[in-house]
Write a protein that binds this ligand. Structure first.
Ligand SMILES: *[C@@H]1O[C@H](CO)[C@@H](O)[C@H](O)[C@H]1NC(C)=O
Ligand SMILES: *[C@@H]1O[C@H](CO)[C@@H](O)[C@H](O)[C@H]1NC(C)=O
Ligand SMILES: *[C@@H]1O[C@H](CO)[C@@H](O)[C@H](O)[C@H]1NC(C)=O
Ligand SMILES: *[C@@H]1O[C@H](CO)[C@@H](O)[C@H](O)[C@H]1NC(C)=O
Ligand SMILES: *[C@@H]1O[C@H](CO)[C@@H](O)[C@H](O)[C@H]1NC(C)=O
Ligand SMILES: *[C@@H]1O[C@H](CO)[C@@H](O)[C@H](O)[C@H]1NC(C)=O
Length: 792
């Protein structure tokens, strides 16, 4: 990024000021103030509005609060980011704008008569300059050559082509991509010589005092640069697909074979086995430099480098402490996410010998924590954070990261944007974070890619050689999600995904009913068809430790019979949460009772709704609470129905069952008994086996459970693998049934760590997604983990 403007800002506004504005964060979120139709929607309107506000502000850059007025970067380093933002839509003509830059303005040596200092295929560093515009007196007037823009140019061509399938575009651009790949990346940078790509300039050899080589333009990285290589990996795969599309299978096979061997080269070059993460670069003398680069690690994972073991180490590191910052709004903080919307860019201060001071203020280098390139944070990184978690972890963890970013944004009076075009300039947000410390609006048009994680990640909408793919991976808080304004091969469409059928819902609120100690709130309803989950939307007044007991009852004709229960703890403010249970028949009256509240919480209600009936301490009140009754598509992957013994949890501190599953799964149930008690419960945990360790994934609390029932945990799809389902912390009298003669080859039943004969009575389910594209008459259902592909 270009820091010259920031330096000016700091000079002018050397004294810190902050704007204290308190805003009300309501259940509808912050809706964009603009009249157009917004592309994203979801079964959670609060999330939907915040996401659209993000997109409007940082994607389309149409929010006047943001001083950035262009849709796109339209400059060398931004080509891939611009394409990621707009390859999928014709809205606003922004795709045409960024393609136009790529096709007509990007300078490359050896193409269209362009010549420069560097050899053929070198993609210029900054628009009409061969070098980065850091040619000031600090550098004796000589700018630095950058290298991250080189693979990004190829990736941008691929992204745009796979969405448009414009044959004229590819006939012009594939030959250019070949020059960049063959002459520069494989030739000059030695990508064809059994190594990662190598920066060939002595000025950028990665040793002390040498030049920056990437967009992180104050960090003297070079020689074997990990960030440049993450982009190169994508470029190899992109070239293989583009050559196949163009009919040259020989060339495609060459690129594909380089792509196939690349991950192990990347791993052996950059993996730091002391710290268990990728370092930043390996210099010309072979030394690996690792100052804790979060953006490189996350981008590597998001692009498909690494594996689940590596990812688990990296996520563990990101969840742990970092070096204390010495400047900025959070000076002294050891929190990796000190700027709340995402991780700091590097967890260790860059040593002075690798710091390039070309855009330092005249007062000198800013302390660690006060600059985006050294201890600060950048919004765009959230894209890679979410995508890495979706690839190697699960959608609930990815959504928690996404929601934290959105909450931080809407909690600031100007949505975290800065503005230097107004007087007084806005150079601090409401939290005191400065424009140099968090990278949000100008000059960061790439921030908007974080909005696209919803499209590419949770909805799983991507375009490649196979076609337009939909491979959803929804968090458990979303029952359905939708995107409009999708433009594939020149035609517009809407893509809707849902994990099942909505049987009955009352999704909106115009008021709230506070839940206080001793209160029971209930919602009665009569579903027309079968159902297996129910969701509610609650506000917690921004607390993160409030909860309640949810119990579902069916009216038998003479009495209420309990069907299922679950205790929700640490309820996330204004998010829908769902309770799952075995399929229930429609056609009779049910009641969802909410009680045993802890903390500060209120149930959203629509006082004019007449769906079912709302009750407060048994008395009828006007309207209906927010609720959604769903029939989620589920296929039993493991289902055991026999038992001949009951293992008592009271006699054990832990009961467990391990299993290996070849498909993703989003539910697991345990068949439990309560010895006829009414108020017994336990905590259920799910662990995944990673590199021989049991890594904790999900914890849920069940109280007042139903005797002889399948108590069901529900979560975002977990990847195929080996898991342990565990029951612990008993309240009252609880048993998990087992069949001592039952055989199950995928795992064992365990009491207090000791394997016992047979297997427990348990079930594991694979979810499904319904996909609808009305313009194409598509209405189909796939298993979670599968992909639906459109070819037109
Ligand atoms: C130095 O940078 C400026 C713009 O910042 C540019 O106009 C000029 O051509 C550059 N000079 C060289 C030698 O690259
Ligand atoms: C594929 O590319 C190679 C290398 O550029 C070339 O020699 C060959 O003729 C091409 N084949 C086709 C079918 O275009
Ligand atoms: C990994 O990083 C640590 C800390 O920077 C460093 O001491 C160590 O030498 C690095 N390991 C390798 C294999 O380079
Ligand atoms: C993941 O990659 C690391 C480093 O190359 C390797 O040691 C490990 O065996 C891999 N794990 C799996 C499960 O492939
Ligand atoms: C395209 O992407 C989909 C979804 O990730 C994947 O299933 C398919 O294999 C990809 N096609 C190609 C040619 O890589
Ligand atoms: C809807 O519920 C939320 C809490 O979830 C509350 O903040 C908001 O004020 C409610 N909306 C109205 C119009 O009462």
């Amino acid at each position: 990024m270009e820091n010259k403007r920031m330096r000016t800002t700091l000079r002018k506004f050397g004294t810190f000021y902050s704007i204290c504005v308190s805003i009300l964060v309501g259940a509808s979120g912050v809706a964009p103030t603009h009249a157009q139709t917004y592309p994203f929607s979801a079964s959670d309107v609060y999330f939907q509005n915040n996401l659209n506000t993000f997109w409007y502000t940082y994607g389309e850059n149409e929010n006047s609060g943001d001083s950035y007025t262009s849709c796109c970067g339209l400059n060398s380093v931004w080509t891939e980011w611009d394409a990621m933002k707009f390859d999928w839509t014709a809205y606003g003509g922004y795709r045409t704008t960024e393609i136009n830059y790529l096709e007509n303005s990007q300078k490359i040596n050896g193409i269209n008569g362009v010549t420069g200092v560097q050899p053929t295929g070198y993609v210029w560093s900054w628009g009409a300059l061969e070098t980065w515009p850091d040619n000031n007196s600090y550098h004796a007037g000589l700018g630095s050559y950058h290298f991250d823009q080189i693979p990004r140019y190829i990736n941008a061509i691929y992204d745009n082509y796979m969405w448009t399938r414009d044959s004229l575009f590819i006939s012009t651009m594939l030959p250019r991509a070949e020059v960049v790949m063959d002459s520069y990346l494989l030739g000059t940078m030695q990508g064809n010589s059994g190594t990662v790509v190598i920066i060939p300039l002595a000025s950028n050899d990665g040793t002390a005092g040498k030049r920056p080589s990437t967009y992180m333009d104050q960090v003297g990285s070079g020689y074997k640069d990990a960030w440049v290589n993450t982009g190169f990996y994508t470029a190899l795969r992109d070239m293989a697909e583009m050559e196949t599309a163009n009919g040259n299978t020989t060339k495609a096979a060459t690129y594909q074979s380089l792509a196939n061997t690349f991950p192990s080269l990347f791993e052996s070059t950059f993996w730091n086995s002391t710290n268990h993460r990728y370092g930043g670069w390996r210099d010309t003398s072979g030394v690996l430099h690792d100052y804790g680069y979060t953006y490189i690690n996350l981008e590597a994972l998001a692009r498909g480098l690494g594996n689940a073991t590596d990812a688990n180490y990296i996520f563990g590191w990101l969840n742990g402490p970092a070096d204390a910052t010495s400047g900025g709004a959070h000076a002294g903080s050891t929190s990796m996410n000190q700027d709340v919307f995402g991780p700091r860019t590097n967890s260790i201060s860059t040593p002075n010998s690798y710091w390039d001071g070309w855009s330092d203020p005249s007062s000198g280098r800013l302390p660690y924590g006060s600059l985006v390139e050294d201890g600060g944070s950048v919004l765009w990184e959230v894209y890679y954070d979410v995508m890495a978690h979706l690839r190697y972890d699960n959608a609930d963890d990815a959504m928690a990261i996404y929601q934290a970013m959105l909450l931080r944004m809407i909690s600031d009076s100007h949505l975290l944007t800065f503005n230097q075009a107004i007087t007084p300039q806005r150079v601090y947000d409401d939290f005191g974070d400065s424009i140099t410390e968090i990278g949000t609006s100008t000059p960061y048009p790439e921030s908007g890619i974080a909005g696209i994680a919803f499209l590419n990640g949770f909805l799983g909408v991507t375009a490649n050689l196979s076609g337009l793919n939909v491979s959803p991976n929804l968090p458990s808080s979303l029952f359905s999600a939708q995107v409009t304004q999708v433009n594939y091969k020149g035609t517009d469409r809407t893509i809707e995904v849902s994990r099942g059928t909505t049987v009955l819902e009352q999704p909106s609120n115009n008021s709230v009913v506070p839940l206080t100690s001793g209160t029971t709130l209930s919602q009665q309803f009569t579903p027309s068809g079968t159902f297996n989950e129910i969701g509610v939307d609650m506000g917690t007044y921004l607390t993160t430790d409030s909860g309640f007991l949810a119990q579902l009852y069916q009216w038998s004709g003479s009495a209420w019979v309990k069907v299922a229960s679950r205790t929700f703890v640490n309820y996330p403010n204004n998010q829908w949460q769902y309770m799952a249970f075995p399929v229930q028949p429609g056609g009779s009256i049910y009641s969802l009772n909410i009680s045993n509240v802890s903390g500060n919480i209120a149930w959203d209600i629509n006082t004019t709704s007449s769906i079912g009936g709302a009750y407060q301490n048994g008395a009828s009140i006007a309207g209906a609470y927010t609720f959604r009754v769903g029939d989620a598509g589920e296929t039993a992957a493991i289902r055991d129905t026999t038992q001949n013994t009951a293992d008592s949890l009271s006699a054990n501190f832990e009961l467990a069952q391990t299993f290996t599953i070849g498909v993703p799964f989003n539910r697991a149930s345990m068949h439990v008994g309560t010895y006829v008690t009414q108020n017994s419960g336990f905590t259920a945990n799910l662990y995944q086996s990673i590199n021989g360790d049991w890594v904790h994934k999900v914890s849920q609390q069940f109280d007042a459970v139903v005797d002889n029932s399948d108590v069901t945990m529900n979560f975002a799809s977990m990847p195929a693998g080996t898991y342990k389902l565990e029951m612990t912390k008993d309240v009252g009298s609880i048993a998990w049934y087992r069949d001592t003669t039952g055989t199950y080859s995928g795992g064992s039943a365990i009491n207090n760590g000791v394997t016992v004969p047979g297997r427990r009575r348990f079930s594991v389910y694979q979810g499904q997604y319904n996909i609808q594209v009305p313009e194409k008459d598509i209405n189909t259902t796939i298993n979670a983990g599968d992909t639906y592909t459109m070819t037109n």
